[in-house]
Design a protein around this ligand. Sequence first.
Ligand SMILES: NC(=O)c1ccc[n+]([C@@H]2O[C@H](COP(=O)([O-])OP(=O)(O)OC[C@H]3O[C@@H](n4cnc5c(N)ncnc54)[C@H](OP(=O)(O)O)[C@@H]3O)[C@@H](O)[C@H]2O)c1
Length: 283
Amino acid sequence: MTKKVAILGPGNIGCDLLCKCLKEEEIEVVMFAGRNYNSKGLRLASSLGVPITDRSIDAIIKLKNKPDIIVDATSAIYHKSHYEVAKKNKILIIDMTPANYGISCCPAINLTECIKEDNINMISCGGQSSIPICYAIKASNADLDYIEVVSTISSASAGLATRRNISNYINTTENAIMNLTGIKNVKVIINISPAIPPIRMKTSIFVETQQIINYQETIANIKLMSDKTREYVKGLKNIIILKSFGEKTLSQIEIIGSGDYFEEYAGNLEIINCAALKVIKNL
Ligand SMILES: NC(=O)c1ccc[n+]([C@@H]2O[C@H](COP(=O)([O-])OP(=O)(O)OC[C@H]3O[C@@H](n4cnc5c(N)ncnc54)[C@H](OP(=O)(O)O)[C@@H]3O)[C@@H](O)[C@H]2O)c1
């Protein structure tokens, strides 16, 4: 059955998601909504034949071709009000901002539970990349109680809203890792690299070496969860599955974008948008 989707927020995340949705036969984009007709994103959507508006969610809820799903790709401060409007109009909302309001969703972990909810939060790019690995490490080492997650993304792929939402990113990602893995103490760090050419998205996960009790089982579990994630994020690559450097043990992944909107360095857009697509297809 075709899923009717409206995308709210014509920035980096919104544009990449639009390009991905247009490749899917089972998804119809009924509207791409922003607040400025001259924005690059609305011009792109218009050139692709997608209905656009500069009247944000107000225009979406007035559509005759009513969407089943609104994807909120604006900014964390607007999400609560967007959710309230969507709820009143009986439209499910998927939140790409780190507003920490709806259920935290990482499809490899809790897809079935999430698709019963009317507000599904896709956490963050760092969350989508790290949670399956953190889950795998914790599953093999029950006493593990501290983990550190460091993601690096290119400045070129981080829009203004991403920069404004850095504190929300840290809090939302730390909470989601704690809740979805059971690890009590979590430290999340993000680097936005201005390097030219732009660097590929990488996530590094550190634990204390002494807390890895079942080394081989941990490796097997990381491979399993990575394969499960790769079912919907093809560009996920394990650079280092598990390696100890003295007191620290590291697992590192890289996400290669499919080049839908930005080039392949933008794995941060890729991983959260592929996760959202996985949710949409399963609704
Ligand atoms: N980029 C990433 O790597 C990434 C990854 C995962 C999650 N996220 C999250 O996704 C969100 C968007 O990030 P981004 O990098 O795409 O930022 P962005 O390029 O600044 O995009 C945000 C877009 O939303 C529009 N907008 C803001 N408020 C709106 C409203 N009330 N109604 C309609 N449109 C509105 C903005 O329009 P104006 O131009 O008029 O301001 C802009 O086009 C952020 O919360 C970010 O944390 C980003």
